[in-house]
Design a protein around this ligand. Structure first.
Ligand code: ADP
Ligand code: ASP
Ligand code: MG
Length: 412
C-alpha cells in the first residue's frame, strides 16, 4: 500500500483532545488506503520545560544527558497517539527513535540523520499494522546514546521518513494553515502561499521562519519529497496548505516571496585589530572551535595598518564569543583594543527567486527602511536574499514596512 507521512507539531498534540483530533485525521488517511507513518512532537511547551530543567541542574551540561532529557517529551506523545488510534480500532504501535533505529551522527543536540532502515516497520505493515507512530526529534548515535536533531527537528524526522519509505507525500500539520509571506503573528496582512519553491523555503527557514526546520527543507529538496504544510485545526480539502515544490512547478513567481526575521541576534565588533594576512583566520577559527555560529561579517577600511572587524551571532552565544576572543588574545594569536557587544539587534531578510532577474530590490528595501527612519547596521546579500541587521525594537515595524513595500498582501 502507498505510504503517507503525517507530522503533528507541539500545538497539534498539546492536549488529549487534540491528539484525538489528529488521530481522526490519521484514521481518515488509513481509510483512504494508506499505510501511515505518524511523526509526533512533544506537547507544546514541554521541550522548553525540559531544556529549562537541564539548564537549572547543570549550566555546563553534558550534551548526552541533555539529549536523554529533552528527547523524552516525544516518547509520551508517541505512546498516547498509538493508544488513541488503538481505541479507534486502527492497528497502530509506537516507536522511539532507537527502536527503528533512526541512526544519527554523535553531534549531541544537533545530530544529523545518517540512516533509517525500513525493514522493522515494513514488516509490521506487512503483518497488518496500519500506522507506525514515531517519536520525532530523536535518534541513536553510533555509540548507542540517544541524540536529538536540534530544535524543530521533528520536521526533519518526518521528511527523512518520507524519503526512506518513498512516501507519496509528507504532510506537516501545524498551528497555521500554510507558509505565509511572513510570520502571520507579526502582521494580519501576511498571506498564505499556495506554493513555494524549495530554494525560497530553505532561505526563509534558515533566516528565521520556524514553520519548517531548515534541514527538513534541505532533505526534501535533495530526495524530491512532496512536502506540504497545513493546519491541524482546519479542514482545507485536497488543495489545503502550502506545497513546497520545485521552482519549475510555480507558474508565476514574485520578485520577493517573503520576509523572514530572527529576533535574537548580537553584533560584535573587534576594535583595532592588526590588518595583516591571516587575521580573519585568526579571529574566526577560535570562534568556530567554540561553537559560535557566525553569520554576517564586515571588515572596515584599515587606517594605519589597523582595522575593525564586525560579525553577528545569536545573542545567547555572546559569552562564548567573548571567551574565545579573550583566549585568542591571551595566546597572542590576535590583538585588539576592545570587543564591543551590541545585544539589542535583530535581522530582517527579504527572500525571492525573482531577485535573480530583477535589479533594484536592495535599493527598494533600503528606501522602505529609511522611510520608517530605521538605521541599517550591517547588510549581506546572496542570489535570492537580502538581510539587514537593525535595532531590535524596530523589528515589527521593519517587517511590516517591507511587507507593504513589496506588495506582499497581494501575493498568493
Ligand atoms: P510546530 O509546533 O507545529 O512545529 P512551530 O511553532 O515550530 O510549529 O511553527 C509554526 C509557527 O511558525 C507558526 O505558528 C508561525 O508563528 C511561525 N512562522 C514563522 N514564519 C512563518 C511563515 N512565513 N509562515 C507561517 N508560519 C510562520
Ligand atoms: N519538540 C522539539 C522542539 O520543540 C522538536 C519539534 O517539535 O520539532 O524543538
Ligand atoms: Mg516546529
Amino acid at each position: 500500500m502507498p505510504v503517507l507521512v503525517m507530522k503533528f507539531g507541539g500545538t497539534s498534540v498539546a492536549t488529549l483532545d487534540r491528539i484525538r483530533r489528529a488521530a481522526k485525521r490519521v484514521g481518515r488517511e488509513v481509510a483512504n488506503g494508506y499505510d501511515v507513518i505518524v511523526i509526533v512532537s512533544a506537547m507544546s511547551g514541554k521541550t522548553n520545560e525540559l531544556v529549562g530543567w537541564v539548564n537549572e541542574t547543570s549550566p555546563l551540561y553534558d550534551a548526552r544527558e541533555y539529549d536523554a532529557v529533552v528527547s523524552s517529551g516525544e516518547n509520551v506523545t508517541a505512546g498516547l497517539m498509538a493508544l488513541t488510534l488503538q481505541e479507534m480500532d486502527v492497528p497502530a504501535r509506537s516507536w522511539q527513535g532507537w527502536q527503528v533505529p533512526l541512526k544519527t551522527t554523535s553531534a549531541h543536540s544537533q545530530a544529523r540523520i545518517e540512516e533509517i532502515p525500513t525493514d522493522n516497520i515494513m514488516q509490521k505493515f506487512d503483518e497488518g499494522m496500519r500506522v507506525a507512530v514515531v517519536a520525532g526529534f530523536q535518534g541513536i548515535s553510533p555509540e548507542g546514546r540517544i541524540t536529538t536533531l536540534g530544535r524543530g527537528g521533528s520536521d526533519t524526522t518526518a521528511v527523512a521518513f518520507a524519503a526512506a519509505f518513498d512516501a507519496e507525500r509528507c504532510d506537516i500539520y501545524t498551528d497555521v494553515d500554510g507558509v505565509y509571506t511572513t510570520d502571520p503573528r507579526i502582521t494580519s496582512k501576511a498571506r498564505k502561499l499556495d506554493k513555494i519553491a524549495f530554494e525560497e523555503m530553505l532561505e526563509l527557514a534558515s533566516l528565521g521562519a520556524k514553520v519548517l526546520q531548515t534541514r527538513s527543507v534541505e532533505l526534501a529538496m535533495r530526495y524530491k519529497v512532496r512536502l506540504r504544510v497545513l493546519s491541524s485545526f482546519e479542514d482545507g480539502g485536497d488543495n489545503a496548505g502550502t506545497l513546497v515544490c520545485d521552482e519549475e512547478d510555480i507558474v508565476e513567481s514574485n520578485v520577493v516571496s517573503g520576509v523572514a526575521f530572527s529576533r535574537d541576534e548580537a553584533k560584535m565588533t573587534l576594535i583595532s585589530v592588526a590588518d595583516r594576512p591571516g587575521i580573519a583566520a585568526a579571529i574566526f577559527t577560535p570562534l568556530a572551535e567554540a561553537g559560535v555560529n557566525v553569520d554576517m561579517i564586515i571588515q572596515n577600511i584599515s587606517d594605519d595598518g589597523r582595522t575593525d572587524m564586525t560579525f553577528s551571532c545569536p545573542v545567547d552565544q555572546v559569552v562564548r564569543a567573548q571567551q574565545a576572543m579573550a583566549g585568542a588574545k591571551e595566546r597572542g594569536e590576535i590583538n585588539f583594543h576592545e570587543l564591543d557587544a551590541d545585544t539589542e539587534v535583530a535581522k530582517v531578510s527579504v527572500v525571492g527567486i525573482g531577485m535573480r532577474s530583477h535589479a533594484g530590490v536592495a535599493s527598494q528595501m533600503f528606501r522602505a527602511l529609511k522611510d520608517e527612519n530605521i538605521n541599517i547596521k550591517v547588510i549581506t546579500t546572496s542570489e535570492i536574499k537580502i538581510s539587514v541587521l537593525i535595532e531590535r525594537k524596530y523589528l515589527e515595524l521593519a517587517v511590516q514596512a517591507l511587507h507593504d513595500s513589496f506588495g506582499l498582501e497581494n501575493a498568493a
